[in-house]
Design a protein around this ligand. Structure first.
Ligand SMILES: Nc1nc2c(ncn2[C@@H]2O[C@H](COP(=O)(O)OP(=O)(O)OP(=O)(O)O)[C@@H](O)[C@H]2O)c(=O)[nH]1
Ligand SMILES: [Mg+2]
Ligand SMILES: [Zn+2]
Length: 224
C-alpha cells in the first residue's frame, strides 16, 4: 500500500475566519462536495466510528477523509487500511483545532473531481474546534459514555454548533453511571434540533443510523 500523504498545515493569516469559512462553503457548493466536520474529545471514537460508518457508505458515495492531528499518521493509515477510502493526514503544527484556511490547505491536497463527501476528523478537543468555523456544511460530534452525561452542561458551545451528536461506547453503559435520557435532555438544552444517535463503534451497533443521517444530508444538500 502507498504511504499516506502527510500535509504540514501552516498557521492562518486570515483575520476574519467567519468570512473565510463562508467563502469555502460557497466554493464547496459549486464543486458539489459536501464537507462534514467531525469533532470530539481525544479517544471518544472518531476514527473507529468513521471506519464503521464509511464502510456502509462507500458504495453509495464517493468519499475522501482528512485526519487532523498534531503529529503521527496513525489515523489516516487506519482509515485507508480499514476502508480503502483515500485518506490524508494533516499536521496542525501544534495547533489544537482547524480553522477555514487550514481546512482549505488540506482540501487543496484532495482530488475533488467526482467526489460527493469529504470528512474532516478534527483534532481531539471539546473546546476550541467549536469556536472555529471550518467551512464545513455540517458539524458532527461524538460523546463517549466514559466521558459522562454532563458534558453538554460543561462544554455548551460544542453541543450548540453540532447538528448531530453520536453517543459512542454504549457497550460500556453497565460499568458507568451514564444516564442516556439525561444526556439527551442536556444536548437538547443546547441545541433543540440536534439528532442524537447512540452507537457502539466497536461492534457497529447503531452505526447504520449515523450512515443514513450522512447520506440524507448529502442528498438534501445536493438538491438545494
Ligand atoms: N469499548 C469500546 N471501545 C471503543 C468504542 N469505540 C472506540 N473504542 C476504543 O476507544 C479508543 C479510541 O478510539 P479512536 O477511534 O481512536 O478515538 P478517536 O476519537 O479517533 O481518538 P483521537 O483521534 O486520538 O482523538 C480505541 O481503543 C478504540 O478501540 C466502542 O464503541 N466501545
Ligand atoms: Mg482519531
Ligand atoms: Zn485550539
Amino acid at each position: 500500500m502507498d504511504p499516506v500523504k502527510v500535509i504540514e498545515i501552516k498557521k492562518s493569516v486570515f483575520e476574519d475566519n467567519d468570512a473565510d469559512a463562508r467563502r469555502l462553503r460557497k466554493e464547496l457548493k459549486e464543486k458539489g462536495v459536501y464537507l462534514l466536520n467531525l469533532m470530539s474529545s481525544p479517544g471518544s471514537g472518531k476514527t473507529t466510528t468513521l471506519i464503521q460508518t464509511l464502510n456502509l457508505l462507500k458504495d453509495k458515495l464517493r468519499i475522501a477523509v482528512m485526519e487532523a492531528d498534531i503529529d503521527s499518521d496513525v489515523d489516516a493509515v487506519k482509515i485507508k487500511e480499514a476502508t480503502g477510502i483515500p485518506s490524508i493526514q494533516l499536521h496542525t503544527g501544534g495547533m489544537c483545532h482547524l480553522d477555514a484556511e487550514m481546512t482549505r490547505q488540506g482540501l487543496d491536497n484532495v482530488s475533488m473531481e467526482g467526489l460527493d463527501l469529504v470528512v474532516l476528523e478534527n483534532v481531539g478537543n471539546l473546546v476550541c474546534p467549536a469556536e472555529f468555523d471550518t467551512g464545513a456544511c455540517r458539524n458532527a460530534m461524538i460523546l463517549s459514555v466514559p466521558e459522562g452525561h454532563d458534558k453538554p452542561l460543561k462544554y455548551p458551545l460544542m453541543f450548540s454548533v453540532c447538528d448531530v451528536v453520536v453517543i459512542n461506547k454504549i457497550d460500556v453503559l453497565p460499568y458507568f453511571d451514564f444516564n442516556l435520557e439525561k444526556c439527551k435532555e442536556y444536548i437538547h438544552m443546547r441545541n433543540p434540533k440536534a439528532t442524537v444517535i447512540p452507537i457502539c463503534a466497536k461492534t457497529g451497533e447503531g452505526v447504520e443510523a449515523f450512515a443514513e443521517w450522512i447520506l440524507q444530508e448529502v442528498k438534501n444538500w445536493k438538491n438545494q
